[in-house]
Design a protein around this ligand. Structure first.
Ligand code: MG
Length: 215
């Protein structure tokens, strides 16, 4: 099997949940919103955040700035808040130095996902990326994994690995795309209706160690 690994981005390489929570607290304070707004804001952007999400936010809280402005602020605030642990960045360097091709396959809007890759330094540590919006499909669709592999100069037909936290989109999607799978539970139980992942590890650093030991 070729040495190719496609990582999910949010809550796999970076702590999106933590960044969203911090953003919601600051957003609520900046716009003088009621206490329960923080929880509501997290719920609004949790699953997916796109420019249209901020039409809803603007209407719900009767805010003055345009949805476009709110979206731009959200992108820059989240990009500034997310971090990729140093040991993960270093691990990606080791993978590439030992012949692995390293890609990111992520669901989301192109501008914010790219902003996060830039802000965390991940963009300099990977061979290629596919953001779902750019291919008009979302994981679990194989097209997203395929485009990420191609961006790395590889083809899925030669196999590889994927690492992610979402059982449906990352692990079941990756398995259907012909990849071996490493799941990061982030405190969740595996849904038994799905075929089990090949491996289960606590974090991206451990996933990298497993990949390095796998061949
Ligand atoms: Mg994720």
């Amino acid at each position: 099997m070729q040495r190719l690994v496609l990582f999910d981005l949010d809550n796999t390489l970076i702590d999106r949940n933590g960044a969203i929570h911090d953003w919601a607290v600051q957003f609520a304070a900046r716009h003088s919103l009621a206490d329960d707004a923080t929880t509501q804001l997290v719920e609004l952007v949790q699953e997916r955040a796109f420019p249209v999400t901020f039409e809803t936010v603007r209407a719900q809280y009767r805010l003055q700035p345009s949805a476009k402005t709110l979206w731009r602020q959200y992108c820059s605030n989240i990009a500034a808040a997310v971090r990729c642990p140093e040991r993960v960045l270093a691990g990606l360097d080791v993978l590439r130095a030992t012949g692995w091709r390293v890609g990111v396959a992520t669901n989301g809007a192109t501008d914010i996902q790219n902003a996060k890759l830039q802000a965390t330094g991940l963009i300099d540590r990977i061979d290629g990326v596919c953001v779902s919006e750019s291919v008009g499909a979302r994981k679990p669709a194989p097209a997203v994994f395929e485009a990420a592999a191609v961006a790395c100069g590889s083809l899925l037909s030669q196999g590889g690995w994927t690492v992610g936290d979402n059982p449906e989109t990352d692990i079941d999607g990756g398995r259907r795309a012909g990849l071996r799978t490493i799941w990061i539970p982030n405190g969740r139980a595996w849904p038994n209706r799905l075929a089990a992942p090949d491996h289960c590890v606590p974090d991206a650093e451990t996933a990298i160690a497993l990949l390095l030991a796998s061949d």
